[in-house]
Design a protein around this ligand. Structure first.
Ligand code: UFG
Length: 321
């Protein structure tokens, strides 16, 4: 793809996608309202439009000359989505429909969507492939699933082919240090471990150690954002070369527990991480890992940066500062 519009390109995952696209010679325009993304994450070689996906006119103007859209602009805090579903409906659902309508209007036909393993809800299997039942247990996951459903209709009716990428647990930072913005008020495990290691927090909580797992803490599939970004580049190439619409999991297939993550971090960065065992967090399944064979077969994608060492050290490099 030559001309690509990256909506949400100043965010954590979006900026890594921009880096990968630029590395592959694309001409990139970032469209972002900077609500959670930051200017620090912008690349001087990508054009930047500060705009909101609720602004139809701005979106339509941004589509001019684009061949493809990567859409990552979404609210993503699971807890908040249960408290303020209105915000999530407006931003994640209405906003994405605005994007799709602006694409249809401007004849942009290739779409890569940032979806989530949250669409599966409480899994019936601990290893999930794309044929597993979807039944989100939080409103955030519901918004992602709704969009996937709209996408099949926009494919049929508006000829927009898509690849929807269901991320498992996104972690890590660009090895070359090009992405500099830390997430504001992070809710996820690894940034919380890092904030504790860096002294930003005095202590962290481990939500439950009585799960049916070897050490009693929850197991997740942590995937490096550089690997996620690579899948976006491949998905765009796949669509450009005529591939049909797909929904694909992105994970490593290997799980690590909360205690694995804490212990490995302590070992690698030589700092103590103080924690308390707290009650279970509602809605946490014991174990969630991906079967990502389809992404391998269809996109030729294999995670190459998702060892715990690379994940933890690339993240620590930023938090250390
Ligand atoms: N955890 C703690 N303490 C914390 C934060 C998290 O023990 O302070 C635990 C959680 O209970 C969970 C594990 O660390 O067992 C991972 O939690 P995260 O919040 O980092 O991630 P989740 O697995 O809950 O969810 C993330 C994304 C979702 C996505 C999902 C896909 O936030 O959007 O991965 O697997 F759907």
């Amino acid at each position: 793809m030559t001309n690509v519009l990256v909506i949400g390109g100043a965010g954590y995952i979006g900026s890594h996608v921009v880096a990968a696209l630029l590395d592959n010679g694309a001409t990139v325009t970032v469209f972002d309202n900077l609500s959670t993304g930051t200017r620090e994450n912008l690349f001087p070689t990508a054009r930047f439009i500060q705009g909101d996906i609720l602004d139809k006119q701005a979106l339509s103007a941004a589509m001019t000359g684009q061949e493809a859209v990567v859409h990552l602009a979404a609210k993503k805090a699971v807890g908040e989505s249960m408290q303020y579903p209105d915000k999530y409906a407006e931003n994640n659902i209405s906003g994405t429909l605005n994007v799709l309508n602006a694409m249809a209007e401007n004849k942009v036909k290739a779409f890569v969507f940032s979806s989530s393993a949250a669409v599966y809800g409480i899994p019936q299997e601990s290893v999930l492939d794309e044929t597993c039942p979807v039944d989100p247990i939080n409103f955030y996951g519901f918004t992602k699933l709704e969009i996937e459903r709209f996408l099949t209709w926009y494919d049929r009716l508006k000829d927009i082919r898509f690849v929807s990428l269901r991320y498992f647990n996104a972690v890590g930072y660009d090895a070359a240090g090009r992405v500099k913005g830390l997430e504001k008020n992070p809710q996820n495990l690894l940034p919380i471990i890092m904030e504790t290691a860096a002294g930003i927090r005095s202590k962290m909580a481990v939500f439950g150690n009585d799960y049916d797992t070897p050490d009693g803490t929850c197991i997740r599939d942590y995937i490096h954002v550089t690997d996620l970004a690579d899948a976006h580049v491949r998905a765009l190439h796949y669509l450009k070369t005529g591939g049909k619409s797909q929904i694909l999991n992105l994970g490593t297939g290997t799980g690590h527990s909360v205690m694995d993550m804490i212990q490995k971090t302590q070992e690698l960065i030589h700092r103590p991480i103080s924690f308390d065992i707290a009650p279970r967090r509602p809605g946490d399944p014991a174990k969630l890992t991906a079967k990502a064979d389809a992404a391998h077969t269809i996109l030729g994608w294999t995670p190459r940066h998702s060892s715990l060492d690379e994940i933890i050290l690339s993240t620590w490099r930023l938090y250390q500062k």
